[in-house]
Design a binder for this molecule. Structure first.
Ligand SMILES: Cc1ncc(COP(=O)(O)O)c(C=O)c1O
Length: 383
């Protein structure tokens, strides 16, 4: 893949290595949003079909991206927290059960489990990384598999750690979860779109994904997949459009008890959002055209030369087999002054994030090796 920078409106004067914070908007996505906005100048332009068509296309694109056959198992959500709360509120736990999470994972995938375990008397177990940096990712994965034991009812985690990029082997985690009868709930927000995700191989019960990072969409829209375990679940809200036959606007007050098929009962009210849905759809079409495996390859080409230099200067970065190419943490050498480094990086107009003990770097298809080298030069020049 070649640089895709021309598809974005990023300024030349700064370096954006921070897609894990928020993706920049593609020109075609911006155009779709403006078109959606203009449509409502005259509401006659908004037809009944418009309430359903784009959302359905969007479900198909996401189903394709995560390798799910039935697109009616995919729903539009407003945030990852909404999708994760939907999952948690449809799981019943008892005293003695355990929910397994990863140490310091993103709060949207912690609070719903904190509530569920507190209310049921179940235990919340957060699997910590080892103290040492040697074989950190590998050992952390081993600890995770070991923590999934009889009595574990839920395993909820991301494919990569949001702060340092450690990759968790979801195929193995899925196998182990099925062995003990635990549900597997994935927060794909920091990986899906940039890292290949195969629902057929992983067999998750739910996959939740905010749209504004690696799906390259706008803010306040995301997508979620719910498997058969949630088929008789109760949605967070009761909205008319999720009821069977809602396409017949004249018959809406013939109230129905049945929901739309698959997982559509969980879709957010006003899911037809005429601005955000077309934007998200354009973004996903492009992501699917690129293909996450090529995005990984491109991100690798951006950082391939710079990472060995950083390592020579005492910076620590996880081995390739235990991290994504699109998101990784850089741990500072002993004695380095993090505040000074942060200031210098900012001064040079380089955008990265600082999360916990790590500088989080997250390139994408608009970055170049030269841009990453700019960051490398700042780091090796700052004592
Ligand atoms: C792993 C992860 N999940 C979810 C989110 C966003 O969650 P929400 O959509 O609930 O705001 C983030 C944002 O940084 C994240 O890193």
């Amino acid at each position: 893949m070649k640089s895709q920078r021309a598809k974005f409106s990023l300024p030349k004067s700064s370096v954006y290595l921070n897609c894990a914070y928020m993706s920049p908007l593609m020109k075609r996505v911006e155009k779709a949003g403006l078109k959606g906005m203009r449509q409502k100048r005259n509401p006659v332009n908004v037809t009944h079909e418009d309430f359903f068509r784009d959302t359905n296309d969007l479900r198909r694109e996401f189903a394709r991206l995560i390798n799910v056959k039935d697109h009616q198992r995919v729903v539009v959500i407003p945030s990852a927290s909404y999708g994760l709360s939907t999952a948690a509120q449809n799981i019943t736990l008892s005293k003695g059960d355990t929910v397994v999470l990863i140490h310091e994972q993103f709060p949207s995938n912690v609070y719903p489990w904190r509530r569920l375990t507190a209310e049921s008397g179940a235990t919340l177990k957060m699997v910590e990384p080892p103290d040492t940096l040697e074989n950190r990712g590998k050992t952390w994965n081993e600890r995770l598999l070991d923590a999934i034991r009889p009595g574990t009812r839920v395993v909820a985690l991301g494919n990569v750690h949001w702060a340092d990029g450690t990759r968790f082997d979801l195929v193995e985690v899925g196998k182990r979860a099925r062995e003990v009868g635990a549900k597997l709930i994935i927060d794909g927000t920091q990986s899906i779109g940039a890292l290949p995700f195969d629902a057929k191989a992983i067999q998750p019960d739910a996959v939740i994904c905010a749209g504004y990072k690696w799906l390259m969409g706008p803010y306040s829209i995301g997508l979620a997949y719910y498997g058969e375990a949630f088929d008789h679940g109760v949605p967070l809200e009761e909205n008319w459009i999720n009821r069977l036959g809602s396409e017949d606007f004249a018959g809406l007050v013939k109230y129905r008890d049945e929901y739309q098929p698959g997982a559509l009962r969980f879709e957010v009210g006003e899911h037809s959002n005429f601005i955000l849905v077309p934007m998200m759809l354009e973004a996903l079409r492009q992501v699917n055209e690129w293909d996450p495996k090529h995005i990984q390859g491109y991100c690798h080409s951006v950082t391939r030369e710079g990472i060995p230099i950083l390592r020579r200067y005492g910076y620590w970065i996880e081995e390739e087999s235990w991290r994504g190419q699109h998101l990784f943490g850089i741990r500072f050498p002993k004695g380095a002054d993090p505040v000074k480094i942060r200031d210098r990086v900012k001064q040079k107009a380089i955008s990265v994030s600082f999360r916990g003990d790590f500088m989080r770097v997250s390139p994408h298809v608009y970055n170049s090796p030269a841009e990453f080298m700019k960051l490398v030069k700042v780091l090796i020049a700052t004592p």
